[in-house]
Design a protein around this ligand. Structure first.
Ligand SMILES: [Zn+2]
Length: 375
């Protein structure tokens, strides 16, 4: 089940509400990534406390480990990982694509060797839908081919990107058929491809819109292309998608990218950046980014971000976090992840508030200024 309502708009930006089988998601929303069935280093109750309403799971990885037998025993991913709110799962397309030369793509699907035990496996649109049915995720993604921006140092030519995009469209139809055959009660999203070519993006949008899917994602960005290229596509594609359906920009990005995405009409985001950067001591704050490893924080009694309401900032100083990091304490990445995720989730809350008051443009301008100010 999926119901999406656009509550208000400002320019291309939208304030919306997504009703899924396991709960309501206020949009624009940031979705923390829980690749292996866990958001790295963060307890589910911490995620709930910071206001996360939906998280991601990864079809490819969960298929390999723990495998479908275990997930079936638990009736899906929610009970297995102790998360009762909505879950979105990707289709596995991006992960098999990341295997590069170890994966062989054909019209049927992607053949590859399991990086876990060497088994020969075939991931097809049908298999992806069957796995996501077992996971019982609230939002299911179509199986797609993520088009490489470049291969062996050569930027993908238009003909190659077109071939890939058209195959993703055929895979969208096969995903839709299998999703229906499995009587999946959740929502299936299509994925727009087309690389950095506006005309191909438009052809992909048009063909997917004709399938009348419950939601749409923009894939194939943030795959190594220069930032200006990404900006061009993020500015081009979202508002061309059906206005009544939720729009999800996959795998993007920095806090600035999110605000820019909202301005372009995006409703949903996910990215590993807040958790991955946290593990490397890279913290996001309202007034710019901060490297906690830096010696200047050794004696710093202030919290990471004095304007932050997260559990880390409520209790700990920069000096303490610096110390934990220097000692390689396991608490360091945990506290940093809580702060960074809170920053992303709370940024979207502030964006929604601004949209509600028709002052998003002013908010976005102030946000950029604040971030440039420096910690
Ligand atoms: Zn904080």
């Amino acid at each position: 089940m999926l119901e999406f309502t656009v509550l208000s708009t400002e320019g291309l930006a939208r304030r919306g509400r997504l009703v899924l089988n396991r709960g309501t998601v206020e949009t624009p929303v940031f979705m923390p990534v829980g690749t292996y069935g866990s958001v790295k280093g963060v307890m589910p109750d911490s995620l709930e406390a910071m206001g996360a309403e939906i998280i991601l799971g990864n079809t490819f990885h969960l298929w390999l480990r723990p495998g479908l037998d275990v997930l079936r025993t638990f009736g899906g991913l929610h009970r297995f990982e102790g998360w009762t709110r909505p879950i979105l799962t990707d289709s596995g397309g991006f992960q098999v694509w990341s295997l590069g030369a170890n994966a062989k793509v054909s019209e049927q699907g992607v053949a590859f060797q399991s990086p876990v035990n060497g088994d020969k496996l075939l991931l097809t649109p049908e298999v992806s839908m069957q796995i996501q049915r077992v996971l019982d995720s609230d939002v299911v993604m179509q199986f797609d081919e993520c088009t490489a921006w470049q291969k062996d140092g050569v930027v993908a030519a238009e003909a190659e990107v077109r071939r890939s995009m058209e195959m993703s469209l055929r895979w969208a139809r096969r995903s839709q058929d299998e999703f229906a055959r499995l009587e999946n009660p959740n929502a299936l999203f299509g994925i727009v491809q087309g690389g950095m070519f506006e005309t191909l993006r438009e052809a992909s949008v048009e063909a997917l819109a004709a399938l009348d899917l419950p939601g749409y994602a923009i894939g194939g960005v943030s795959v190594g292309e220069p930032k200006e290229e990404m900006r061009r596509i993020v500015g081009h594609t979202p508002h061309r998608l059906p206005a009544a359906k939720p729009r999800y920009l996959m795998g993007v990005g920095t806090p600035e990218d999110l605000v820019e995405g909202v301005a372009a009409g995006v409703d949903m985001f996910d990215c590993v950046m807040p958790t991955r950067n946290a593990r490397n001591g890279h913290l996001f704050t309202r007034f710019g980014d901060l490297r906690i490893r830096n010696a200047r924080y050794k004696q710093d009694e202030s919290p990471l971000d004095p304007t932050c309401g997260c559990a880390t900032c409520a209790r700990f100083s920069r000096a303490y976090l610096h110390h934990l990091d220097r000692c390689g304490e396991m608490l360091a990445p945990m506290l940093a992840s809580v702060h960074n995720l809170h920053f992303y989730v709370d940024l979207m809350r502030r964006v929604r508030e601004a949209l509600q008051g028709q002052r998003f443009a002013a908010f976005a301008a102030q946000f950029r200024l604040d971030r440039q100010r420096g910690v």
